[in-house]
Design a protein around this ligand. Structure first.
Ligand code: KG4
Ligand code: ZN
Length: 353
């Protein structure tokens, strides 16, 4: 099935064409340069940039695969959650395409799509024998536990099949990516913070600052705001705003902060996997690009003799291939076919159809 996926929920505009789990073409246009000076995403600027990009990116993926609209089977678009003005850009563009071409549109939940990103395959990959049930440990099997950690979400789900999600736990305050971003802002490192903090942490010693592991033993919910407050306190107490950028204390603080976030995420991922007797676990969302997290999660799951499924970094971050992939599942079941009056769903829990 050939599906066009469209994504504009936050600060990346993306288009992709998938055939089953294979990604035939994809484009992602980020907006970091537009938001950087504000230290975070400015919704109006994001919407305008999506408007400027969505048509071009769609044309580019169609041209690359050399297909026309009448060869597609449907359009999958992120319907939520996300910034309402941003979501509306791809949604309305998809409606326009649908009116002109008669193609069905399905509305995809962005967070569900993140959780299934490890199912995506390069266009040259052999097709797994039976999607979702392949005996091969490299391909996700249900039921699985998914940790989606991004700038807006940090949640644990039990995923029973492509379309059945149960919430096991979620953050009570900041998302993990947001904590990285706020840490980077405190140190004046720029936006978004995750990759910059990871790089700084590579020069530091993770055990040098004794930081709290919030809610480590308390169920499957997360809280990162206390950790942020603790780090801010240390930063001021040691007057780290006065030291040069290459001072080892800064790298030590970054390494200690990253270690605390990673330990909490991995401990809860393991608890959830044990509790649900899942077949394995998925790490997804932008924070899953973090090398220390990937390594710690893989090692912990391996000790439990369970597979960890993580997509390549480009498919952990926001992209349209994951939207097209889940969209195909919805199209196949004729679920979530959107009427033209469908609205964006800025707050859309994963356990609601
Ligand atoms: O999934 P994503 O691309 O967009 C959202 O849906 O939010 O995630 C972006 C988030 C940002 O907060 C960013 O700082 C974080 O993912 N991130 C990282 C890394 N790369 C991106 N966090 C930690 N380490 C990284 N290497
Ligand atoms: Zn995302």
């Amino acid at each position: 099935m050939l599906v066009l996926g469209l994504e504009s929920s936050c600060d990346e505009t993306a288009a992709a064409i998938t055939d089953n789990s294979r990604v035939l073409a994809e484009r992602v246009r980020g907006q970091i340069d537009l938001h950087q000076k504000y230290g975070g995403v400015v919704p109006e600027i994001a919407s305008r940039a999506h408007l400027e990009a969505v048509e071009t990116l769609t044309e580019e993926v169609l041209t690359e695969v050399n297909v026309s609209f009448n060869q597609l089977d449907g359009i999958a678009v992120t319907q939520g959650p996300g910034l309402v003005g941003a979501l509306l850009v791809a949604l309305n563009f998809a409606k326009g395409l649908s009116l002109a071409t008669d193609l069905p549109i399905v509305g995809v939940n962005h967070v569900q799509a993140h959780a299934l990103a490890p199912c995506l395959q390069e266009k040259t990959s052999p097709r797994p024998a039976s999607l979702g049930q392949a005996a091969d440990d490299n391909y996700p099997r249900f039921p699985l536990v998914a940790l989606v950690a991004s700038g807006g979400h940090t949640s644990l789900f039990l995923v029973e099949d492509y379309l059945t999600f149960k919430i096991l736990g979620q953050t009570l305050d900041d998302a993990a990516g947001e904590a990285f971003d706020k840490f980077a802002k405190l140190l004046g490192l720029g936006y978004p913070g995750g990759a910059i903090v990871e790089k700084l942490a590579q020069r530091g010693r993770p055990a040098s600052f004794r930081l709290t592991r919030p809610m480590l033993k308390e169920g499957l919910n997360f809280s990162f705001s206390g950790l942020k407050t603790q780090v801010m306190g240390l930063y001021r107490e040691r007057q780290l705003d006065l030291v040069p950028a290459d001072h080892p204390d800064l790298a030590d603080l970054a390494a200690s902060f990253q270690a605390a976030v990673v330990e909490v995420l991995v401990t809860k991922l393991l608890s959830a996997t044990r509790l649900t007797k899942a077949q394995g676990a998925v790490l997804a969302g932008g924070v899953a690009c973090n090398g220390a997290l990937r390594q710690a999660a893989a090692q912990t799951l391996a000790e439990e003799k369970l597979p960890l499924w993580v997509a390549k970094p480009g498919w952990c971050a926001d992209n349209a291939a994951m939207i097209a992939f889940l969209g195909e599942k919805l199209l196949t079941q004729k679920r979530a076919i959107l009427p033209l009056q469908a609205e964006a769903r800025p707050r859309w829990p994963v356990d609601q159809p």
